[in-house]
Design a binder for this molecule. Structure first.
Ligand code: UGA
Length: 427
């Protein structure tokens, strides 16, 4: 397994847990040493325990030395492909790794791409590596951060794309112990399935967030709407929760990547293009509502609950919460933040304990759906605030609990009888 980020590490640990012998390669000495000691460098549910078990079983080893992969039957590449300047993924890290592996791999080895790559990359690899005795497979990942171990061991499907049936069947056999459908196809289609899945899910969320905005404006109830929508089995009830907008290291990059690839082929893909546009509009709507709640307040103070782009991860990449901080600060709002796990530089926002950040605040915004907020005792929060108003973007706060604590609770796309407290103007 080459690259031990959340995808590579989860894949290495899970493959070892279902009986395969795995060597994880990473360039970071510190990371490799920590992993050998059974210390997981990322916050991922269940990963550290499984890491310790698989290291102890002898199925999993770690190295920084590429020559240790000389006997590998398959080399699975899980390297970053960040968004490049044109919007298309930058494959330079992947390409450099492949070139390094050229002099290491044994004849017949299968080179597998798990990273999300521009369409056609599995085919380009042959020319990058310039060896006729290697075989190539695209095997995209569908792991959600925070539930990556569960998703790996209980996949909806496994996609294996190759022009070489024997290589495809070797990679498919890695998953033989899992109860799932294996979809085999050509490598470009496999690469496209990954983009299509992320772009579709992002579009589904942009759609539901637009419905929430319509409910905000016209008075409908988004829970009733998504329930009615999701019971149609063709639509499905999952991935229909409105929020502050989609973020993270995958959706923004993959939606932009797919649109850029289409544009480069002179294709118009207005639907895919507009998923991102709608997501930006949604954050404008959220900021607009938050600022409306602060109208008339002198030197407004906001406490933000949640910095991670979603719950159960410490990842703040492209987190809507961070953009909220920046946009509020640009509007002269003093912002403090709490997150149970994620941390950011003090220059971005000062962090403190959950109630501590609410002292003297005029508004609490719940940006991440951490369980900590769902079970929080709200009375001390309301008492600590200058003005007890809460804007829950994730629907984790119980309206009756907020009312009991004396908080005016506002949510996205849901009716409320809460009223904003009068602004008391200092004499
Ligand atoms: C996503 C995909 O779900 C994975 O299948 C894929 O493998 C991964 O990208 C990737 O390409 O590596 P992830 O970015 O971890 O996984 O996060 P999701 O759980 O999909 O959430 C994405 C965004 O949508 C988050 O900002 C989340 O808060 C938001 N979201 C999700 C909602 O606002 N509402 C929902 O109902 C679900």
């Amino acid at each position: 397994m080459v690259g031990l980020g959340y995808v590579g590490l989860t894949s290495a640990v899970c493959l070892a847990s279902i009986g395969h012998r795995v060597i994880g390669l990473d360039i970071s000495d510190v990371r490799v040493q920590a992993l050998r000691d059974g210390v997981c460098p990322i916050h991922e549910d269940g990963l550290e325990g499984l890491l310790q078990q698989t290291v102890a079983s002898g199925n999993l080893n770690f190295t920084t030395d590429a020559t240790d992969l000389a006997n590998a039957e398959a080399v699975i590449l899980c390297l970053p492909t960040p968004e490049g300047p044109t919007g298309s993924p930058d494959v330079s890290i992947l390409r450099a790794a492949v070139v390094t592996l050229r002099d290491v791999l044994k004849p017949g080895a299968v080179v597998v791409t798990k990273s999300t790559v521009p369409l056609g990359t599995a085919d380009s690899m042959k020319s990058w590596i310039d060896r006729d005795d290697l075989r190539f497979v695209s095997n995209p990942e569908f792991l959600r951060e925070g539930t990556a171990v569960h998703d790996y061991l209980h996949p909806d499907r496994v996609v294996v794309g190759s022009h070489d049936p024997a290589a495809a069947s070797l990679i498919a056999s890695l998953y033989a112990g899992l109860d799932t459908e294996i979809i085999t196809c050509d490598p470009l289609s496999a690469e496209m399935i990954k983009y299509a899945s992320n772009a579709f899910l992002a579009t589904k969320l942009s759609f539901v967030n637009e419905l929430a905005r319509i409910c905000d404006q016209l008075g409908g109830d988004i829970d009733a709407v998504t329930h009615g929508l999701g019971t149609d089995h063709r639509i499905a009830p999952t991935f229909l929760s409105p929020g502050p907008g989609w973020g993270g290291s995958c959706f923004p990059k993959d939606v932009a990547g797919l649109a850029t690839l289409a544009r480069a082929s002179r294709l118009r893909v207005p639907l895919i293009e507009s998923a991102g546009e709608s997501n930006r509009d949604h954050l404008d709507h959220v900021i607009g509502r938050a600022l409306d709640m602060l109208v008339g307040v002198t030197n407004p103070v906001v406490a933000l609950w949640g910095l991670a782009f979603k719950a159960n991860t410490d990842d703040v990449r492209a987190s809507p919460a961070i953009e909220l901080v920046e946009r509020l600060r640009a509007n002269d709002v003093d912002v403090r933040a709490h997150d149970p796990v994620a941390t950011v530089d003090d220059a971005i926002v000062t962090q403190g304990e959950m109630v501590e950040v609410c002292v003297g605040a005029d508004l609490v915004i719940v940006a991440t759906e951490w369980e900590h907020y769902a079970v929080a005792d709200l009375a001390p929060v309301a008492n600590a605030m200058r003005r007890p108003v809460m804007f829950d973007l994730r629907d984790v706060i119980r309206p009756d609990a907020a009312e009991e604590a004396g908080l005016s609770l506002f949510r996205l796309g849901r009716r409320t009888h809460a009223v904003l407290p009068e602004v008391t103007v200092a004499p």
